[in-house]
Design a protein around this ligand. Structure first.
Ligand SMILES: [Mn+2]
Length: 272
């Protein structure tokens, strides 16, 4: 079995299909870990969801902020963002089935038998992997419960930015969603910033990327997407950035885990 990781697909179905062909992906023998944000601004979110869902157990997905927003739209809590191309998906005959499958996906995936984890945005500097997994499991249980709409409604907002201020169930849920799906930069007190999306050169001096604060040990690996401006570059070397901005005209990246080889597909010239 070969394990692969893919960064943010964002509806870039054509590039994904080409890349799976390049690596001769076999749904019987291989596994594809998908770093979240399967949908939104790319040309074909519907085909992307259908393809990943069809891979069944050979696809291991985490939810991203765009996936969660789509679920809020589907449940009537939010409007589609102007730039998102989601109308074909939302009006598809299998929309309910696809989005029921999507909501049942976790916020963190851990590779069996090794200390390797994946979430959409990363690991809060205030958390160990153990705390992150515990909180991700609690949030996941809320999202698959009959109170799904209550939790989606309370998911929005930037507070608390610090785990130590997450003192009740709702604020712990919101912090968990924000840390695992929206985080990029942190302040010097390790609290989360949600405004800056710049690359490391252009960021304000008072902000540092979350992984600058992380002290996971050398035997632990963390993989994440969400941050296209990094273009796959980050330190330290047991942290892996997977989003290489295919939807922004750059490329889609698949990482083969056994030898860390990267496979890339340049964004296809499709009307976006
Ligand atoms: Mn994202």
């Amino acid at each position: 079995m070969t394990v692969y990781f893919v960064g943010d697909i964002q509806g870039c179905y054509s590039e994904l299909e080409t890349l799976l062909g390049k690596i001769a992906f076999s749904e019987n023998n291989d596994q594809l870990y998908v770093a979240g944000d399967l949908v939104a601004r790319g040309p074909d979110s519907l085909a992307t969801l259908r393809l990943i869902k069809s891979l069944k157990n050979s696809a291991k997905i985490v939810l991203g902020n765009h996936d969660l927003h789509l679920l809020s739209v589907f449940h009537g809590l939010k409007k589609v963002k102007a730039q998102d191309k989601l109308s074909a998906l939302l009006s598809a005959p299998d929309a309910e089935e696809l989005l029921g499958w999507l909501i049942s996906q976790p916020l963190i995936q851990k590779l069996p038998g090794e200390e390797t984890y994946m979430s959409h945005a990363g690991l809060s500097p205030e958390w160990t992997p153990k705390i992150a997994l515990e909180q991700a499991n609690i949030a996941h249980k809320n999202l698959i419960s009959p109170e799904l709409k209550y939790w989606l409604k309370h998911m929005y907002g930037a507070q608390p930015t610090s785990w130590k201020n997450a003192t009740d169930e709702v604020s712990r849920f919101r912090f968990t969603i924000n840390a695992l799906t929206r985080m990029r930069y942190c302040h010097s007190d390790r609290s989360l910033d949600f405004k800056c999306k710049e690359n490391l050169t252009n960021a304000p001096k008072q902000l540092s990327p979350w992984f600058d604060f992380q002290h996971i040990d050398d035997n632990t690996q963390w993989l994440f997407g969400h941050w296209a401006a990094l273009m796959g570059q980050c330190q330290p070397n047991n942290i892996y950035a997977l989003d290489t901005g295919c939807v922004w005209g750059h490329h889609l990246t698949i990482l083969r885990w056994s030898d860390k080889r990267l496979f890339t597909e340049r964004a296809h010239k499709i009307q976006r």
